[in-house]
Design a protein. Structure first.
Length: 292
């Protein structure tokens, strides 16, 4: 069966200030091995080694004044190689002019949506957003609502403690497709942490315009943890079902602790056989408008 990678990156260090400068604490831990160019030929080789036949690039935190250049570069790669199959860009959604930026990106047919990471945590190295409640900002809300006219989706990256606010956002724009990144970012198996995650995931799953990605579970474990992946897969599929869930590698970040064949095998084992056609290809193809 073909496998779609619903979440990966390629990058050039010269475009990525956080990679080219001194290492700073990040959500996924020390990252010296990936402080280098990770270009499309290397990604294609990695992807094909795990049976992946198409992919979705998701923004990799280029500076917000260069996000049009980011998707232009990716569109050129797509024209040259066929990879990535589709692109999710970014824009400063707290800027009143963000729609104009997204309209420039939308001139490139490969672009399917946008992501601006909203996750905030008490631990500073886990934070991206400037505060936990940024989803309430009226400018941000207007810009997300504008995605309906663009026919774009929004990649939603939040921690469980932010999911009540996320549910309000999702409810306010029912015709915008949301993709919940990294299965809701469960940080550990402590009972209180799991309880908060379960409450938030059940809440978001109640909205039909939310789908979820089975991605990024090494972020907090810092290794390929089959038991953790199996737990997250079972719980998440219980709420969302296979037709609203999709697999992704989060490469090259997960390259810090694994390779793609091992990662695919771990998720393949965790997902019931009857759910695999949707989780590993069907859902991503539908949500991102990918060719068969």
């Amino acid at each position: 069966m073909d496998i779609v990678d619903a979440h990966h990156h390629v990058w050039r260090v010269k475009d990525m200030p956080w990679l080219s400068g001194p290492m700073v604490p990040r959500i996924f831990g020390p990252y010296e091995p990936i402080k280098r160019d990770y270009l499309i030929d290397e990604y294609i080789a990695d992807a094909r080694s795990g049976g992946i036949t198409s992919s979705v690039y998701v923004q990799a935190n280029w500076p917000l004044d260069k996000v049009v250049n980011e998707v232009r570069w990716l569109s050129e790669l797509h024209e040259e190689t066929g990879w990535p199959t589709a692109v999710v860009g970014s824009a400063d959604l707290f800027d009143p002019d963000a729609v104009e930026v997204m309209k420039q990106q939308a001139l490139l047919p490969v672009v399917r949506g946008t992501r601006l990471q909203l996750h905030w945590h008490e631990r500073s190295e886990f934070r991206y957003a400037s505060g936990p409640n940024r989803m309430k900002d009226p400018v941000f809300r207007r810009n997300v609502a504008a995605l309906e006219d663009l026919g774009w989706l929004f990649e939603l990256q939040v921690f469980p403690g932010q999911m009540a606010d996320a549910a309000e956002l999702v409810a306010a724009v029912p015709d915008v497709q949301f993709v919940l990144v990294h299965a809701g970012m469960l940080t550990d198996r402590e009972p209180a942490t799991v309880r908060l995650w379960r409450d938030g995931m059940a809440r978001l799953a109640s909205y039909p315009n939310v789908v979820v990605k089975l991605t990024g579970q090494g972020t907090f474990m810092r290794h390929l943890d089959q038991d953790f992946i199996a737990f997250v897969a079972a719980e998440t599929l219980g709420w969302f079902g296979a037709d609203r869930a999709m697999f992704g590698t989060n490469f090259p970040v997960e390259k810090l602790w694994t390779d793609i064949p091992s990662l695919v095998a771990a998720w393949w084992t965790a997902v019931p056989e009857t759910d695999r056609p949707a989780v590993f290809a069907g859902t991503a193809r539908r949500v991102y408008g990918l060719p068969e």
